[in-house]
Design a protein around this ligand. Structure first.
Ligand code: LLP
Length: 439
């Protein structure tokens, strides 16, 4: 068992995060409950930013808000001087509601709609990461109509396969994202952008995947991109101001995971880009990165109440919690693995290995298959670690389970930042049959 950030066991044997007893939080706000260790998020943000500063590199660290997009989280990113990556009108709206400076927002996505692009340009967005030819033409048209020059990056697909789960591979050739670097599409996109008076091409973007433990993939991607930059410089006299190498830095979900530190990822990337720029004899471009998971993943913990048990003799002991794939779909979707403890009895001796079942009506709704625990009973609290990224943001209302509340903790204080959905919230958008309304 390992603890992240400010997590520790207090004198009552309870899990404490940010100086707050998790059992007290569960009682006050109910379960399931997402708890975020704000100090850990700040520490990660600073580690990324300070490494660039230490090496005197101009950079933007853009929080990939898809990992956890809420008003309070965006405000925290703002406080820490991060930029922001959004991938939809909804994430952009959240950012603007939070008062995030639009000039530090980057807009991603493989199928941005006309409405989304118009909204982005009207708010004065910092940069659009253009993904395909359809978008390039649409953006050019909207920019012309709005009489603006839009700053863009073009997203390229370098043909790198990151060592990660298949579903979250994006840098490989057969991908729905970006312009292929090898088959001429990236060159065509570049010339279109360069020839458009309404677009200002800042540079290139690539993202090779997620939950990556080594820097080999980033280095290879940088090498491929710079090979291309050498050609672009030669053929079109184009030298990028910005090279964005995306996100994907891994975190430790279980003791088997071996991620690098934030500063190590950044240092290796800086070293490679520096060397490539020097070899080409071009000015060092700004380096942008887009960490999502590594900023918020291990800062998040989900607390559940334990309810029923089912013992299948000689096979498995199922222990059920009051949430499941509705608040954490990652085990069902990616076979993701997690560690957990009994939050109210952290130090009790582990007596059995149990399977943690969710409460959704689906056999695949399992959170952990093999968790050593003390004999857990109804009323105990289970704390599942590292649920801060793609937990709340992928939460759903399957079986009409209300989505949990979210609490931020820091320096002994808790703040509710997303309230728990109510049953009334669940039917809020439903429209009754006309016949019933008129009755
Ligand atoms: N930039 C781009 C262009 C991305 O597509 C992503 C993630 C990121 C940055 C942030 O990646 P991160 O640092 O969080 O790994 N739902 C999946 C992850 C999907 C990632 C999608 N793109 C999961 O739960 O593992």
């Amino acid at each position: 068992m390992f603890f992240h950030g400010t997590s520790r066991v207090n004198e009552k044997g309870h899990l404490e995060i940010g100086g707050v007893d998790v059992v007290d939080l569960a009682k006050e706000y109910g379960t399931p409950l997402y708890i975020y260790d704000v100090a850990l998020i700040r520490a990660r943000a600073r580690a990324f930013k300070e490494t660039f500063e230490k090496h005197g590199i101009k950079a933007q660290v853009a929080y990939a808000s898809k990992a956890f997009s809420t008003v309070a989280m965006v405000q925290l990113a703002e406080e820490e001087g991060l930029s922001l990556d959004v991938v939809s009108g909804g994430e952009l709206y959240t950012a603007l509601k939070a008062g995030f400076p639009p000039e530090r927002i980057h807009f991603h996505g493989n199928n941005k709609s006309r409405e989304e692009l118009e909204m982005a340009l009207e708010c004065g967005i910092g940069c659009i990461v253009v993904d395909n030819f359809y978008e390039l033409r649409l953006l050019e048209e909207i920019s012309r109509k709005q009489e603006r020059t839009t700053a863009i990056l073009i997203r390229v697909t370098p043909g790198i396969e990151a060592h990660t789960h298949d579903y979250i591979l994006t840098g490989q050739e057969d991908s729905k994202f970006g312009f292929d670097l090898n088959n001429g599409q990236a060159d065509e996109a570049l010339t279109l952008a360069l020839n458009s008076p309404s677009l200002h091409l800042l540079g290139v973007h690539c993202h090779i995947g997620s939950q990556i433990f080594e820097t080999t993939g980033f280095i290879l991607a940088a090498k491929k991109i710079f090979q291309k930059i050498a050609y672009w410089k030669e053929a079109y006299g184009f030298v990028p101001e910005v090279v964005n190498l995306g996100g994907g830095f891994g975190i430790r979900y279980t003791s088997e995971d071996t991620p690098l530190s934030a500063s190590k990822y950044v240092e290796n990337i800086i070293e490679e880009v520096k060397q490539q720029a020097a070899e080409l004899g071009i000015a060092m471009p700004e380096i942008w990165i887009e960490p999502g998971r590594s900023l918020v993943g291990d800062a998040g913990t989900t607390i559940y109440s334990i309810g029923s048990r089912k013992e299948v003799p000689n096979v498995r002991h199922y222990v059920a919690v009051d949430g499941g794939m509705s608040d954490n779909i990652r085990p069902a979707l990616y076979e993701a693995r997690y560690e957990a403890v009994l939050a109210n009895r952290v130090l009790d001796e582990k007596e059995e290995v149990v399977a943690i079942a969710g409460k959704c009506c689906e056999s695949g709704d399992m959170l952990i298959w093999d968790l050593p625990l003390p004999k857990a009973e109804a009323g105990d609290y289970l704390a599942v670690f590292c649920t801060g990224a793609y937990g709340y943001s992928m939460a759903n209302n399957y079986n009409r389970l209300p989505r949990p509340a979210v609490v931020f903790v820091e320096n002994g204080e808790a703040q509710l930042v997303v309230r728990r959905e109510t049953y009334e919230d669940l039917v809020r958008l439903d429209v009754p049959l006309r016949a019933k309304v008129n009755q």
